[in-house]
Design a binder for this molecule. Structure first.
Ligand SMILES: [Zn+2]
Length: 165
């Protein structure tokens, strides 16, 4: 299961079907009337909007971190006028992560054991240098939040709603 963040109303353009092209190049005997299957029109609609695909757990972590909807129900919508507020939260998350970077530096293993949360959501003793939010290493959070920022900025510039599910 995964959650995709998209701009559902982003303008789309027609491009050649990727599967048709691949079959034509690699296994032309599989083509049906020159198409990848008999229902394919030979073209598909794509948008220039960035899309982000996360596992349900990762999406839940991000939604929780940004106080965006209910992490246990990872589907929702963000209106254009609400994007700036979420971008501010993202900036805070990134700033906080930057200020903790030294904790992630190689060799800076903390001596103090502390209780974190492992990938299964269970408490686990952490001895390493990683800062943990809800079981996810800081650097992954930064990468995902940065991708989401790219999408939100794009959506705001194009005056479009963002949805996920
Ligand atoms: Zn096709």
């Amino acid at each position: 299961m995964s959650v995709t963040f998209v701009c559902p109303d982003a303008p789309r353009k027609e491009v050649p079907c990727e599967w048709c092209e691949r079959y034509r190049a690699e296994s032309p005997e599989l083509l049906v009337d020159g198409k990848c299957d008999r229902y394919c029109r030979g073209v598909e609609q794509v948008s220039d909007a960035p899309e982000i695909n996360l596992s349900n757990a990762s999406a839940g972590d991000i939604l929780d971190l940004l106080e965006l909807g209910n992490p246990a129900e990872p589907w929702g919508e963000l209106a254009v006028e609400d994007i700036p507020g979420i971008l501010q939260r993202i900036m805070r998350v990134l700033a906080r992560s930057e200020s903790r970077k030294h904790l992630l530096a190689e060799g800076s293993v903390s001596q103090e054991p502390r209780v974190g949360i492992n990938e299964d959501g269970l408490p686990a003793i952490e001895l390493g240098p990683k800062v943990i939010y809800g079981g996810v290493a800081d650097e992954q959070i930064v990468r995902r939040v940065t991708s989401l920022r790219t999408l939100l900025v794009w959506a705001a510039e194009h005056n479009l709603t963002v949805s996920w599910g």
